[in-house]
Ligand binder design. Sequence first.
Ligand SMILES: [Zn+2]
Length: 344
Amino acid sequence: MSKTAPSILPTTVVGSHAYPSWLWTALDEIEKGGYGSTDVRETFDDAVMAAIMDQERAGVDIITDGEMRRWYFVQSFYSRMSNIVEDPPLRKVGLYGYDSPQRYHTTGRVSVPQGLGIVEEYEFTRRRTDKPLKLTCPGPLTLTMHVRPGEGYSSRLDLAWEMAAVINGELKALADAGADYIQIDEPSFAVIPGELNEWVRLYNATVEGVDAKLALHVCFGNLSSRPRGKRTYEWMFPALLDTRSDQLVLEFANREMKESGLWGEVGDERELGAGVIDVKSFYVERPEDVAERIREMLKVVEPEKLYVSPDCGFFQLPRWITYLKLEAMVKGAKLVRQELEGAR
Ligand SMILES: [Zn+2]
């Protein structure tokens, strides 16, 4: 375990890890008021430790805290915001899907007085592993996904600009605390057809002045393991190249590597994090499957520029499958690394 990753084909994750079964039980108990504040803190600390342990044991090079303190990607952030209130539920029964999450509306200008909590996530995790870390944060468009403009804002975009300033403060504090690799998640780029150029400006304002390696993750959605957007990246280029990012993190495995060659036509010198593990399927990839997918990507990306990754977070998969998939990813990357080293 060290704070360095291999110089070619480093493996990493997109962010979230699978919840252990006991955490689901604990969350029910917390919701019912059955836990005190120390109980709650210990529960989430233990959950992060489980995520770290799984990633380390699988041999992932650059890990995260598993986003174990977050609920459904963005929903836990709303409790930290002032001047937003819950709408009446849209659905109370039926399958949980994109029409299910709690909606909110604003009752005035929104502020986040205690910050988003990501600095605290970083500080806890940094003390508990020697592995290189990646920190993740939803982008402003995605963070406002479940909030409708009420008082104080003329549109969702207006609110997203407010959140861009909030996130920018959080990211600068993260970099000051020592985080050197930060990923912004904007699946909303793909699921809300609209003004990509405006969103790129929004993203750039979000990361302005942030002194860290910056990755931008754009996927097609992963609620209940379902995608939401039209699953193609082609239309987003060249606009995505105008983002101030050192790396784009994109999904390929769930589309059986469709558009794996796109980067060769539209890409530039920046790094590509390529999803070679399908987080929406119970099929457990063999290391050979992963190696084949990596070789496919290497037709258009230099091995020094290719980060090996799952398509998206693992929150919607069981923990045992998540572990097997991580292990296969690491072994697959190792196979290709050995081939490349043998050929040199
Ligand atoms: Zn994703």
